[in-house]
Design a protein around this ligand. Sequence first.
Ligand code: FPP
Length: 238
Amino acid sequence: MQSPDTVPRHVAIVMDGNGRWAKKRYLPRFFGHKAGVDTLVRVIDSCRSRGIRYLTVYAFSSENWRRPEDEVSGLMGLVIVAVTKYLAKLAGDGVRIVIIGDRESVSDRLRKAWDEAEALTRDNTGLTLSVAFNYGGRWDIVQACRRAVAAGLREDQIDEQSLSRFMATAHAPDPDLLIRTGGEMRISNFLLWQMAYTEMVFSDCLWPDFGEAELDQALASFAGRERRFGDVGAMAAR
Ligand code: FPP
C-alpha cells in the first residue's frame, strides 16, 4: 500500500464497458449495468480502506437519454433497486451520498430514492460518494452561471472561485485522479470545469471486472506523477 500523502483525496470514475462485458457473456446489456452496480459497491469499500475521501462516479450522462428506451428505463429501475439494496450498508459505513445532475427530468420515484439516500447520509463523515446522474459538464457550467446570476452576483464578482461555489460539486475539492475503464480515452462531458488539473488513467478493463488490483495500479500511476498545476515545478531543475 502506498504512503498516505500520495493517495488522491478525490477520485472520479467513468464506469465504462458494462455493455461489452454483458455481450461477451451473451447477456443483455442490462446485466452489465447490474454487475456494474456490484462493482461500484466493492470499489467504494476499496477507496475507503485506502483513505480516499471523495469518489465521484458517472452513472448516467445527459447524453445517455439517447440510448434505446428499454436500456434507459432498465438503468432507472436498476438505480432504485440498488438504492434499496445498498443504502443501509453505505449509510452504516459512514458514506455520505450526494447526487449531482439535473433532477428535473427524472421520475418522481427516482427523485424520491435520491432524496432518501441524501437525507439518510447527510451527516456522515466518511467517504463522500457523488453520483453524477443526468449530469453533463456543460450543463454544470451553465447551471452554475444561471444560479450565480439568480443570486445577484455582479459581473465584477464573477471569477473562478465564486463560480466554483455554484458548481454541482461545490461540496468537494476538484478531482485529483480520473479513472476511465473500458478502453476509451476521452472525458465524455464529465466534470469539465473541475478536471482542469486532474491526472488521468485509462484502463482497458471493463467496469464490471474492475477490482482492487486495477484500482491499485491506477493509484500507483498517480503516485508516480509530478503534479505541476501549470507551473514548471521540478522541470526547472532539469
Ligand atoms: C457505461 O457502459 C456505463 C453506463 C452508461 C452506466 C453506468 C451505471 C452503473 C454502473 C450503475 C450505477 C448505479 C448507481 C446506483 C450509481 P456502457 O453501457 O457504455 O458500456 P459499453 O461501452 O461496453 O457499451
